[in-house]
Design a protein around this ligand. Sequence first.
Ligand SMILES: [Zn+2]
Length: 426
Amino acid sequence: MDEAIRKLDEFIGKSVSPFHTVKTAIEQLEKKGFHELKINRVWQIEEKSSYYVNIYDSSFMAFTVGNMENAKDALRIVSAHTDFPCIKLKPHADIYDNRYHKLNAEVYGGAILNTWLDRPLSVAGKITYRGDDIFSPRQELVNIDEPVLTIPNLAIHMNRDVNKGVALNKQKDMLPVCGIVEDELNRQDFIKTILSKYGSEEDVLSYELYVYQWENGDIIGVNGDMFSSPRLDNITSVKAAVEAIINSGVRDGINMIVCFDNEEIGSRTKQGAGSNILPMLLEKIFISLGYGREEYIDYILSGFMISADVAHAIHPASPEKNDITNKPYLNGGTAIKIAASQSYANDAGAVAVIKELSKQSQSDVQIFVNRSDMPGGSTLGSITSSLLPMRTIDVGVPILAMHSARELMGVKDQQNIEKLLTCFFT
Ligand SMILES: [Zn+2]
């Protein structure tokens, strides 16, 4: 297996909820000597050092500070998102019905619902327990890491029109089954069993538990040139960002990666890209380094951000869904995303920078544009660049089946984006 893909598969296997994406990234950053800065403390930042900040457990930033004298106006940022479409358990989730033990749940983000049926699923997330201080409850991350749930399809004999397309009801059809109840008297609540993992039942106060696709990724193709995996959107970008900041060393000026939660539900949360959190934390860095407000603003105005998120490769059965002259191929390189609507952040100057970086890093890039009669998606690039007005460009790994429980990419494209982002930081 290609080394970049093997490491990506490992990273995705651990990134089973946004909390776990952050945990996985921070473990790698700590191993490479990045020091933690607490979000709500006074920072003492030194030049030639590396830091990370845990932002409410489901977002994070990491940055290196080199010589600031030599590097006037050198702020470079890579952004990505830690979340992915999935199913989220509701409070009081246990349901007993027709001898089935089911869990009440809601859909998080724009998942392709039918891809979640008939698969081994598991549960991960955060549980809060009573602590010594009301405002600081004890928190534990949990990952069951066994295929304890599934959502069974309805047989074709009971739904003859199934191959014409079926509208799945999110409340009725998307509730995972976790067991069969044979003994009503001795049945055991699934949720209670998970919750009692790190504390007594009476101490449990709340939880945020995600249902995730349990299987790992697989290399596909007679020549092994594709990689099928859950959560390619957007762990490909998170992993590439972490890899880039770790491998580029400490450059003069500031290199930063910031990975936000809640992109799949619109980014408007305290830890999302639509929050003021990034400008605030950036300002803390400049205050700590002894700069005034105008210098901080100057750094932003002359900074450059790459917003990394996946793009749509041309589809084998529906090539007409892509643009007619800009066709991104699997293994064709990192897609530069362009939209007149600015649903992707871009301008000619920023595209030029990426093309030159691609040449310098000997990594391939290609252009993605939506068909003119299709609105396409949006990313956090346009949101962050309106809050932090610096040149910003959207790029990402081209994939198929975006928002399926399993997505598909070319094996060369992880290396392509990692080379590009590392070069950006060097
Ligand atoms: Zn995405």
